[in-house]
Design a protein around this ligand. Sequence first.
Ligand SMILES: Cc1cc2nc3c(=O)[nH]c(=O)nc-3n(C[C@H](O)[C@H](O)[C@H](O)COP(=O)(O)OP(=O)(O)OC[C@H]3O[C@@H](n4cnc5c(N)ncnc54)[C@H](O)[C@@H]3O)c2cc1C
Length: 376
Amino acid sequence: MGKAVGSKKEIVIVGGSYAGVLAAKTIFKKVDEKNIHVTLISPNAYIYFNVAAPRLVIRPSETERTLFSIKDILNGYSNSSTSFIQGEVISTKLEEKKLIVKTGQKNKWIDIKYQYLIIASGTNLGNDVIQNKFEGKELVSLIHRFNKEIHKAKSIIILGGGPTGVEIAGELGYEFGQCKNISLLTGKELPLTIMGEKKARIADSKLKNLNVKVTNAVKYKEIQKLSNGESQVLLEDGGVIKADLVINTTICNPNTRFLDEGFLDSKGYLKTDACFTLEDYPEVIGLGDVLSIGGRSLIDLYHYQLPIFEKYIEKNYMGKSWVRLSPYESPRQTMIIPISKSGGVGTLFGWGVPNIMVRFLKGRDYLIGQAKRLFY
Ligand SMILES: Cc1cc2nc3c(=O)[nH]c(=O)nc-3n(C[C@H](O)[C@H](O)[C@H](O)COP(=O)(O)OP(=O)(O)OC[C@H]3O[C@@H](n4cnc5c(N)ncnc54)[C@H](O)[C@@H]3O)c2cc1C
């Protein structure tokens, strides 16, 4: 494999979660550290393996094993050719190849110049338990506190019948289905409609078997906190449901406020060509959930986006002008959704996966044992 030639190229990555960190890992796997310098910018000092979040809310003692210091990870790739800036990109001047970054507690603003830019700023899920919003390891105590709230609650409503909502409902049903009222409001005709009707029906009955009350075909309008500590959920059909605890998994907004609207699709995701680069800015590439195209999953990032990025690295960072970039094509669905540790539903490259495989592949430990290997 050839190495980059010429002076050190300055590559800046926005975002310190899966896409940002795996981009850095991929770069150092291919390019000699003496030819590049990589700066990663993220508001969080720790990357959170949030794939395991549905299990952590009932097993909070595992949380430490899902948090990894970004600085340590980068130093492991290269001591001298990486920098970590704890901060948030506030705006971009792509024509000047410049970012404006807010850093530290004094809200200091700095300019960061780049030759190549990777936008891996993902999405905001509006839920502090399933996404790391903290500067340090505060997430550990938050998840312990959240677990206490779960234990205290007699009734819990989960909003959203997508993968996260179903996984959380499965965990809570398995653990507390006999002694608490656990409800899932899917907002669709069934839970997991994304997996097709057959799997959706299986998911629906698995949840019911765990004593989760599944309500389909009605969306929520508003969540209100009551003075007695309870919450009430107002439904679009005029109904009202009350619970001691509401877990909302329905929010998902792209983190792209630092970009001009012209670079974004109608929902705010990053518009790129099929090789993830920005129109008129070949030195800017997007990766991960922020992309308008893309499967918005770790599987998609790892198996389908990073191979395209590897070609991009060869062509751009290593100067192999003859390398042809391969366009992204939507892969067949791969989705493994545990509904408790006893199994769940899944597809692998479009093929159905039996219950036992779901248990084996993810349900047993929610991949916590493999998290470290992913980043280091
Ligand atoms: C509970 C749960 C379970 C999941 N399970 C699976 C699974 O089993 N399999 C699977 O394939 N996928 C799974 N996913 C999906 C997977 O987690 C996402 O695809 C993945 O998080 C996307 O990573 P990302 O780095 O693109 O974005 P994100 O994880 O959203 O990270 C974005 C990063 O950018 C930072 N950032 C945002 N704005 C700025 C800014 N202005 N400046 C600097 N930094 C910024 C954020 O702080 C964050 O560090 C799951 C998701 C959830 C929520």
